[in-house]
Design a protein around this ligand. Structure first.
Ligand SMILES: [Zn+2]
Length: 113
């Protein structure tokens, strides 16, 4: 599976991969994932479907029913319980700011995902 991500339930911005973030946007990489069964997992999102903790990696399948939050947004919302799956991120979690800044699209490039 390629690059994918989700919209944060709190601010409706995407959970970001760790690339290209600045000190001011680093928090967008820290994620909380809630599952319908009550499981709650937090850590850093790698952009390819895994949440990393210091001694644990959690792999998430594309299309999982997870509800995703930025850790900061989740704290600000006082840690609500699971309600529904998060939407897929339109920007796949990669681009912060202008979605076309710093990339070039070639006509023969394979379609993402
Ligand atoms: Zn958020």
């Amino acid at each position: 599976m390629g690059f994918f991500s989700w919209q944060c339930k709190g601010c409706d911005e995407s959970i970001k991969a760790p690339y290209g973030l600045t000190e001011g946007t680093q928090w967008k990489n820290e994620v909380v994932m809630l599952m319908p069964n009550g499981t709650c997992i937090s850590g850093d999102y790698d952009g390819y479907g895994s949440i990393h903790q210091p001694e644990l990696t959690v792999e998430i399948e594309y299309g999982s029913p997870g509800e995703f939050w930025h850790s900061r947004c989740y704290s600000n919302a006082n840690g609500p319980a699971y309600t529904s799956p998060s939407d897929s991120a339109l920007d796949q979690g990669f681009f912060d700011g202008d979605p076309l800044a710093g990339i070039r699209i070639r006509p023969d490039a394979p379609k993402p995902l």
